[in-house]
Design a protein around this ligand. Structure first.
Ligand SMILES: O=C(O)[C@@H](CO)OP(=O)(O)O
Length: 282
């Protein structure tokens, strides 16, 4: 049910991006595009492998699908496949803001990457890198072919390592261990951004995202076994009154279904359309 005045638009036009009223915010989750080891069907984990050309296309396509959703801050992992995906997706965003990686590892990194123009800073989107969002560390499976490993160690064992909540690949992380770092980071760093009204995009990995989805969708250890994430498919959540409401995956930019989710988003879309019409009639 929509509560009238609360959702009355408080849209402000600023540098052709709209700021929505602070009653709800949006969370977009994307698994990176296909990597060169996804293509070869190798256990990848924390090995830092780039995207294939198909992965590049998937990232751009993901960007197109979310190009009309508001994004104020982006989170990426420490791995290049997540970073490439985020950057490529953002080249499609209607805001045309410049994604800038935040370097706060050391005092010097902070000072040396400082932006001094307020105007330029407003035209940028901060991109925060967090190792906690990395893929689950696959231990001694890293670099091995998944099919060959199933032939060698047995299909059932490999399925357990890959999809169960608590089975731990040899010297690697179980999903439970991955959840401990990824969800802790999500709760401590990302959720406060959402509750302060910021719209967030997270570009991460199959298993770090499976663990975050466990938290968002309150999935049990049995349910998460069946959760598979495709590369480069954006998932949208609405954050309202400390609750996450799953809204599926926008299929296309300006897709009616997505913008009908809330009055706030419908108004956002209408303002974008008005802006396009204004530009056409100029
Ligand atoms: O190899 C990996 O790092 C992951 C993701 O590609 O594989 P899986 O789907 O088996 O968890």
């Amino acid at each position: 049910m929509i509560r009238g005045e609360q959702y009355v638009s408080t849209l402000l036009l600023s540098n052709s991006c709209y700021h929505l009223s602070k009653t709800e915010s949006y969370l977009i989750l994307i698994r990176h595009g296909e990597s060169m080891w996804n293509e070869k069907n190798l256990f990848t984990g924390c090995v830092d492998v780039p995207l294939t050309s198909k992965g590049v296309e998937e990232a751009i396509e993901a960007g197109k699908r979310i190009r009309h959703l508001p994004i104020d801050v982006v989170y990426i992992s420490a791995l290049i496949r997540s970073q490439m995906t985020a950057m490529l997706a953002l080249t499609e965003h209607h805001c045309k803001k410049v994604p800038i990686i935040v370097h706060d590892e050391t005092e010097q990194a902070k000072v040396w990457s400082q932006i001094y123009s307020e105007g330029t800073e407003m035209q940028s989107v901060p991109v925060i890198k967090a190792w906690q969002l990395n893929e689950r560390m696959y231990g001694e499976l890293q670099g091995f072919n998944k099919l060959e490993t199933a032939e060698r160690c047995g299909q059932e064992q490999v399925y357990k390592w890959r999809r169960s909540y608590d089975a731990r690949p040899p010297n690697g992380e179980s999903l439970e261990m991955c959840l401990r770092r990824a969800v802790t980071y999500f709760k401590e760093q990302i959720e406060p951004q959402l509750s302060s009204g910021k719209n967030v995009m997270v570009v991460a990995h199959a298993n770090s995202l499976r663990s975050i989805l466990m938290y968002l969708d309150k999935l049990t250890a049995e349910e998460v076994i069946h959760l598979e994430l495709s590369t480069g498919v954006p998932m949208l959540y609405i954050y309202r009154e400390n609750q996450f409401i799953r809204r599926g995956s926008p299929l296309a930019s300006m897709e009616n279904g997505v913008y009908a989710y809330t009055e706030n988003l419908a108004t956002y879309k209408q303002n974008l359309l008005d802006e396009v019409l204004d530009e056409v009639s100029l």
